[in-house]
Design a protein around this ligand. Structure first.
Ligand code: HEM
Length: 528
């Protein structure tokens, strides 16, 4: 039947239809050919790169690599910091992986971390430029991602000595206390019913940072906060664009680039407005005497108008990049630490009780927690350290090798991506007894601190690229945790048993809980 119809001469209409079909076929054919061509091109590019990597014979050991994807298949079943830890138990503390196009080494012990972050500190004092930081951070001109050199050195100096200094952190004490008190009032209004503590803590961290950075002059804060939170998501370094950096057409196809550009445009507009508002409002005391009441934009503006002694000054773009660093590096890290600490204590009611007793004894009938007495909370501070050991907010520190270098018997070629696995290091049985156990009193008698000199404990990193926001972060964490312990008793909703609380981690640049922590608060009255 089909056959006989096909044999009939085609009518004018069916002819044009055939022409259309043929044109479409031709179009489809061209598209397929083009896709095929690009596919071959992609394979050739990747094979060329992996061949050049194979030629480097003294790379550290690592699992067998598949064509094109390398070792990506080794990372799909669990969050990367877990998967990398499991692989390191087989291949050693310095291991080589091929992540798509990217040649990477994974550091999983304090000894190798010392080599990378201390002995060869300058060689590894860089981070690979990932697509998200290029777009969001003004061509990677922030502190975290700007290339190692004079610009980064000056920026870090300004931030360490002026922007994030202990004196500056103290000057924002009234903001922290006011906002934490607002949190207490919000929780108190929900006493007896579950509150989403995770949501409250993350929003508190952004609000405190925004007020410290923008002061009172800002009207665009409410628009800015959700955008800054969104900017955090693509910073893990495991985006398709970071794994296949040369396949730029793939970045466009995946939609990530467009999405990042959209967020960037919005953030940029808001930051311009806020900085201009500061310029218009002016601060008569800029650059003079005790300027502790300045907000962070005022502080940064000092370096626009008054050069440093080395003749260095900040452009508006530089300031915007630093401000973004504060939000991306400084908010979720603190909030997630408080969140994990609360979850760990809820699972162990005796520890929760002890920590509450300590806070309530130190602050007694004063009715609220005050920052100056926080160092007296020995148990709580040990709990914070233990939380940062077991759940480091930045589980994988991203670095890049600036020039070829030898670690032990292995060669690390220039541009190799380096991932320091803090999750592995913090749980290394060589340094930690019962490493998987949350031991609240582990740090009570310990002299280990956050300065990055004990490489088995580096939640804030180590060496030149170490976190400049330690004082800022700890001030947030200590005040929030003490306040939650002082004002409220806590229990799980729906009769859930403490030991059943889910502690699953999510995947991302920041190690967060997969599920939000919902708890029922009961108000504690100091007279009790
Ligand atoms: C619990 C809180 C925090 C933790 C655990 C943390 C952790 C880290 C880690 C592990 C690094 C990488 C260090 C390295 O490469 O050796 C880092 C870098 C950085 N952090 Fe933090 N951070 C915290 C809070 C903050 C805060 C509050 C700020 C700012 C207000 C901040 C700003 C930065 C910046 C700008 C960098 C990049 C430094 C550079 O590359 O030179 N961090 N942080």
């Amino acid at each position: 039947m089909h056959y006989s119809v096909a044999k009939q001469p085609p009518s004018r209409r069916s002819l044009s239809a055939i022409c259309l079909v043929s044109a479409m076929d031709l179009h489809t054919c061209y598209t397929s050919l083009a896709t095929f061509f690009f596919f071959i091109l992609a394979i050739l590019t990747i094979l060329k790169r992996s061949k050049s990597t194979r030629l480097t014979s003294k790379l550290p050991p690592g699992p067998w690599k598949l064509p094109l994807i390398g070792n990506l298949h080794n990372l799909i079943r669990s969050p990367p910091h877990h998967a990398l830890r499991d692989l390191a138990s087989k291949y050693g503390p310095l291991m080589h992986l091929q992540l798509g196009e990217v040649s990477a080494v994974i550091v999983s012990s304090a000894e190798v971390a010392r080599e990378v972050m201390k002995t060869h500190d300058i060689t590894f004092a860089a981070r690979p430029p990932v697509l998200a930081t290029k777009i969001l951070f003004y061509e990677s001109t922030d502190i975290g991602y700007s290339p190692y050199g004079e610009y980064w050195r000056q920026l870090k100096k300004i931030c360490t000595l002026e922007v994030f200094s202990t004196k500056r952190v103290k000057s924002f004490r009234w903001i922290r206390e006011e906002e934490v008190y607002n949190l207490v009032e919000r929780i108190a209004s929900s006493v007896g019913s579950p509150v989403n503590l995770t949501g409250l803590l993350f929003s508190l961290a952004f609000t405190i940072t925004a007020r410290s950075a923008f002061g009172k002059k800002c009207r665009s804060q409410d628009q800015f906060i959700p955008l800054a939170a969104e900017a955090m998501r693509p910073l893990s370094g495991f985006d398709i664009s970071d794994i296949f950096p040369s396949l730029t057409w793939l970045h466009a196809l995946s939609g990530t680039k467009l999405q990042l550009e959209k967020i960037h445009r919005q953030i940029d507009g808001i930051l311009d407005t806020i900085i201009n508002e500061h310029r218009t409002a002016g601060t008569d005391n800029l650059g003079e005497g005790d300027n502790t009441s300045l907000d962070l934009i005022d502080v940064l503006l000092k370096f626009e108008e008054h050069n440093t002694e080395d003749g260095f000054f900040l452009t508006t773009t530089n300031m915007k990049a630093v401000l973004l660093d504060m939000f991306t590096a400084g908010t979720e890290t603190s909030a997630t630490t408080v969140n994990w600490a609360m979850a760990e204590m809820i699972r162990r009611p005796k520890i929760l009780e002890k920590a509450q007793a300590e806070v309530r004894q130190v602050f007694g009938g004063r009715g609220r927690v005050a920052e100056q007495d926080l160092p007296e909370l020995k148990l709580m501070n040990s709990i914070i350290k233990e939380t940062l050991r077991l759940r480091p907010p930045v589980p994988l520190i991203l670095r890049e090798c600036r020039e070829g270098c030898k670690i032990g018997q292995f060669e690390i070629p220039e541009k190799t991506r380096v991932l320091v696995n803090l999750f592995s290091i913090g749980r290394d049985p060589k340094y930690w007894t019962e490493p998987e156990t949350f031991d609240a009193s582990r740090f009570l008698e310990s002299t280990v601190d956050f300065k990055g000199s004990n490489l088995e404990y580096i939640p804030f990193g180590a060496g030149r690229k170490m976190c400049p926001g330690v004082a800022f972060g700890l001030a947030h964490i200590e005040l929030q945790l003490a306040t939650l312990l002082y004002h409220f008793d806590w229990r799980l909703p729906n009769g859930m048993k403490n030991e059943d609380l889910d502690m699953t981690e999510s995947f991302g640049a920041i190690l967060r809980r997969k599920n939000d922590l919902h708890l029922i608060p009961t108000t504690y009255h100091p007279s009790q």
